[in-house]
Write a protein that binds this ligand. Structure first.
Ligand code: ADP
Ligand code: MG
Length: 480
């Protein structure tokens, strides 16, 4: 068996086991440099390219230092968008899976009350977007007095005008002494002042290289009049026949318009932007991640942080306003060592922006000539046929744990005063089953769910048919 190189850090067995299951066996550069100081609770500022593994760089030390017995949250992670909050919650949850770490996520556009309920239970790491976190703080449904770590992901945008006041207010709820960790792929100098205001002598981990963008992303561009853009976009899609592609537009309206146009061309696609209903947004991202369709049209709400591991193409249908956003957008491809293609559609006035971007990223955007319609005729047919081929759906990352985890439902819950200790007590009295084999316990009104780890679900299920919990034989079943 290959040795997991994360063992060279002071990490407990549960964390190493989870990392091994997730196939994280070699730390990335940013993880190599950030894990040790973060474990030591030093303030850190990290700048490292898109897709370089920043999430695990903070998730691993957070999880390692979580004290399971505590009930109030010990770490708070701020994210700029709901989808990103959800994704980062998953990553932290997966890494903390063997340690049974509870990671509630809160964001706007979703009902408040269920979030408040989950915060009321034991929670170790809370992930969320600033607005909704503040709502919970003001209503008293989130307690931050025990926070040891504050993580501000995508820090440059979080300390920018739109978010800054919220972030400042959130910080005012934190205990005086806490560790602050900032992460982003871009850190303009403007945020330096703020960094010094909120951090004490931070360890700066700046992983710089010649280019700001991944070298494995080929950057292309077209000069085109605005009215010809859609036509050109279709040509590009037919020519490139991208397997998984994100198309960025400047406004929500443009996303809507383009979505309708592509659908009319019988191109399978999905869209996300700020006024799509939240449930729909999460579902779309999920389905795109599973590979149910190959094109996602989006505003910059999806420009940052979102990790789709197989995006082959990013198309800037409208150019972004700033050079940083360009870096984040095209960073949705070329992740995890894979290669990618980024294509920008520009009008004559945007030549200056192109130069600014090139200077900033240190990479060239190669200008292409349009192909003739004649040349592309066959491509169109090929593309429309290819997109309808059935592809096997991709599994979720956390699915690796499911084989060894069985979720049981047990009759009895809050109404009958069921407590976690009752469940743990009984299950631990089963031969060959120990506390470490018990995962998350979720006590509902009149039902309790409990996860049994390490492939011991069947043993526990069988034993509980005749073993009383809280003096009664309960109805115990496998829950799907
Ligand atoms: P960033 O935040 O730097 O843009 P992410 O944290 O989203 O990057 O990670 C990018 C991808 O790399 C994710 O799919 C993640 O699962 C994967 N990854 C992170 N660390 C490792 C590792 N040590 N080994 C293998 N894959 C990793
Ligand atoms: Mg990230």
């Amino acid at each position: 068996m290959i040795k997991n190189e994360f063992t060279s850090y002071k990490l407990s067995k549960g964390v190493i086991d989870a990392l091994t299951k997730l196939k994280y066996v070699t730390p990335t550069e940013v993880q190599k440099r950030a894990i040790a100081p973060a474990l030591d609770k030093k303030d850190i500022v990290v700048k490292s390219k898109t897709g370089s593994g920043k999430t695990a760089a903070f998730a691993i030390p957070l999880i390692e230092n979580v004290v399971w017995e505590e009930n109030l949250p010990q770490a708070l992670v701020l994210e700029p968008t709901r989808e990103l909050a959800y994704q980062v919650k998953d990553e932290i949850f997966n890494i903390g899976r063997m340690k049974r770490v509870k990671v509630p996520v809160v964001f706007g556009g979703a009902p408040f009350q269920p979030q408040a309920l989950s915060l009321k239970q034991k929670s170790h790491v809370v992930v969320g977007t600033p607005g909704r976190i503040l709502d919970h703080l003001r209503k008293g449904t989130l307690q931050l007095q025990n926070i040891e770590y504050l993580v501000i992901d995508e820090a440059d945008i979080m300390l920018d005008m739109g978010f800054l006041d919220d972030v400042k207010e959130i910080i005012s709820y934190l205990p005086e002494k806490h560790t602050t960790m900032l992460f982003s792929a871009t850190m303009p100098e403007e945020v330096d002042g703020l960094i010094n205001e909120y951090m004490t002598d931070p360890v700066k981990i700046l992983i710089e290289s010649e280019t700001k963008t991944e070298d494995n992303i080929t950057q292309l561009g077209y000069f085109v009049e605005n009215e010809d853009k859609t036509d050109l976009l279709l040509d590009i899609l037919y020519e490139q026949a991208p397997e998984y592609c994100m198309i960025f537009c400047g406004t929500r309206e443009m996303v809507n318009v383009l979505y309708r146009k592509l659908r009319k061309e019988r191109i399978r696609c999905g869209m996300i932007h700020g006024t799509v209903a939240q449930e729909e947004r999460l579902r779309t991202v999920d389905e795109f991640r599973q590979g149910k369709f190959g094109i996602l049209i989006a505003t910059d709400v999806a420009a940052r942080g979102i990790d789709f591991d197989t995006i082959t193409h990013v198309i800037n249908y409208d150019m972004p306003f700033g050079k940083e956003t360009y870096v984040h957008r095209i960073g949705r491809t070329g992740r995890n060592g894979k290669s990618g293609i980024a294509i920008s559609l520009m009008n004559a006035k945007e030549e200056k922006l192109k130069n600014t971007i090139e200077e900033y990223t240190g990479a060239q955007i190669t200008i292409c000539e349009r192909k003739s319609k004649e040349e592309l005729k066959l491509n169109r047919r090929y593309y429309l046929e290819k997109q309808n081929e059935r592809r096997p759906l991709k599994k979720k990352k956390g699915a690796v744990f499911n084989k060894e985890i069985t979720k049981l439902s047990i009759g009895g819950g809050r109404k009958s005063k069921m407590r976690a200790v009752d469940i743990v007590g009984t299950i631990c009295s089963i031969p060959n089953v120990v506390a470490e084999d018990i995962g998350i316990i979720d006590i509902r009104e009149s039902l309790t769910y409990v996860e049994i780890l390490n492939g011991k679900g069947k043993i526990v299920l069988d034993a509980l048919q005749t073993k009383p919990i809280k003096a009664k034989i309960r109805k115990v079943r496998i829950s799907r």
